[in-house]
Write a protein that binds this ligand. Sequence first.
Ligand SMILES: Nc1nc2c(c(=O)[nH]1)N[C@H]1C(S)=C(S)[C@@H](COP(=O)(O)OP(=O)(O)OC[C@H]3O[C@@H](n4cnc5c(N)ncnc54)[C@H](O)[C@@H]3O)O[C@H]1N2
Ligand code: MOO
Length: 470
Amino acid sequence: MSQEDREVDEALALVSRATEARGAAAQAQAPHAAGPGAEPDGGGGAGRTGPAAASSPSPARTRATPWREARAVAARAGGAGAPRTRRVALAQALGQVLAEPLRALTDLPSFDTSAMDGWAVAGPGPWWSVGEGGQVLAGHAGPAALADGAAVRIATGARVPPDATAVIRSEHARLDEAQARLYARREVVQGQDIRPRGQECRTGDRLLPAGALVSPAVLGLAAAAGYDELDVVPRPRVEVLVLGDELLNEGLPHDGMVRDALGPLLAPWLRALGAEVLATWHLGDDAGALHRAVTASEADLVVTTGGTAAGPVDHVHPVLREAGAELLVDGVAVRPGHPMLLARLAGGAEGRYLVGLPGNPLAAVSGLLTLAEPLLRARAQRPAPAPYSSPVRDAVNGHPHDTRLVPVVHRAGGADGNGPEQAVPLHYNGPAMLRGIAAADALAVVPPGGARAGQHLEILELPWTEGRFT
Ligand SMILES: Nc1nc2c(c(=O)[nH]1)N[C@H]1C(S)=C(S)[C@@H](COP(=O)(O)OP(=O)(O)OC[C@H]3O[C@@H](n4cnc5c(N)ncnc54)[C@H](O)[C@@H]3O)O[C@H]1N2
Ligand code: MOO
């Protein structure tokens, strides 16, 4: 490993082989993430739980939904209700998905077009130069038909005159000005450098399917194909409620208070998942305020942070009960993040939902990807990315019963760095830590029991690596 690699490893806090070898040996006894910077799973809650909690059955454990099933439940919830569509001006469609297939409103090109600056010619040469020194320019109405044996100057993008048989690039032609005769410097092939009408598409051709993400290139294609507006799936509206009296919005932590790490993280992350974020509210630990906010919200999805566990100020469960919500997922067999929940809120013909994220920051990210992401994806009718897996460079400790989500970076394998890509697990993956995920490219899905070095693990990309634009 070069010095530079070492520095990168250090900067990204990568798990060292030595650490993992130790960890793998200890795996059978110790279910938790090992190595410097890792915390015992479930140990982020200010010492309220010990390492033994994960392996001793608890009420939460018995009703925890398996990780994959929890994602499927969330996707089904997001997909419930009638499909929705909204017509927006082209520029507003960026980053949204097409509600209808994009069909060409015109042939493209819509006329026979010169692909080069040069001469349009009819029949075999040499040709008489016609047009009195003028030329056929792009953006002009139909030129006159070209007589057999004639040549006229033409610009790239101009309409090719009727009866022209080829275009000769200016550098491949020689004009004898005295005689007004044009000679080709090389063989001329019928149709050369003419883009025939309809070469790219015919009117009505399906250019893209419904569900395609409107990228900058799609905007360009839609404009070329004649669109001023597009029918897109409206972004799901999300409201974020940050709970906790101990949270500060600025400055250094002091007197047992900590900075709110989730308010700044959630709104842009949710936007990257295709949502429109209506607001982020800081509600403290006030059950009344939470009840009012949940019942009054007009969002399709309310996301809360903190208050999911069973502490004295953990108000999410009681407030949901009081609000007549139906719990669809109440705890997930995943680390971190197992207290996460999904509820269907009363009211709203198309279904309104609440995702309760645990307060520990990486646990909240886990809940975001486990419950909010599939729900929003289905609601926005975005197709799920093709699942993919990557071999993990180092062994990763597993939880005995639960799935683990572990931040990883993608790195080329092999001693020379030219081998196939591997996922390298990062340090600082404890539930209360963001240091690992902030350096990560993705999260690896580690099955119960852990993974061997080289084992293929499912990879969850972070949404900004998927190329979202908003
Ligand atoms: N008796 C038990 N206690 C806990 C359990 C359990 O099963 N039994 N689970 C632990 C696990 S695991 C997690 S995760 C947390 C979930 O707790 P809550 O969702 O109720 O979250 P809080 O108690 O409000 O906060 C937990 C932790 O996170 C900090 N926090 C909260 N919000 C933020 C924020 N916006 N930015 C930064 N940090 C935040 C908070 O200060 C606490 O340190 O419960 C365990 N306990
Ligand atoms: O382990 Mo908790 O689920 O810290 O996230």
